[in-house]
Design a protein around this ligand. Sequence first.
Ligand code: SF4
Length: 164
Amino acid sequence: MEKLLISACLAGDKVRYNGQSLPISGQLDALLRANFELVKCCPEVASGMPIPRASAEIVGGSAQLVLQAHARVEDNQGHNVTDDFVRGANMALQLCLSNNIRYALLAQGSPSCGSELVYDGTFSGVKKPGRGVTAELLIKHGITVFSPDSIQEYLNQQPHTSRD
Ligand code: SF4
């Protein structure tokens, strides 16, 4: 069965900055399990960041610029946590490469996992179009990254059989 990398918080693990999870619906969970073998990953925890931890946002540019060391990730205390985020992204990528994972379902809005929206770097609760650092790195290496909304649309268009 095809493997799917899934943000651990979407799979119910309490790994978010605030110590909470962000679980997908039972309906989507059942649909995913019928189609994929799920491989959980939290890039931030994998990189060694604690639970809970200060919230963080990409500051000074895009995730692509973060990976090029031209922008940074800061937490809400002003600490530069770029190295942690880049390390976590690389760990997620290695997990994909070593498991031949071609698809990922990542949580929306996160400075690691966001694939369509991220917070705008002002810590004012405003989102803007953009990607998190992990999503950016996976996409750069040819992995198809879905959000919970986009994978629901994708699966609704597919026959409900296991992918091989
Ligand atoms: S880094 Fe990704 S998997 Fe980890 S808590 Fe944030 S959104 Fe969830």
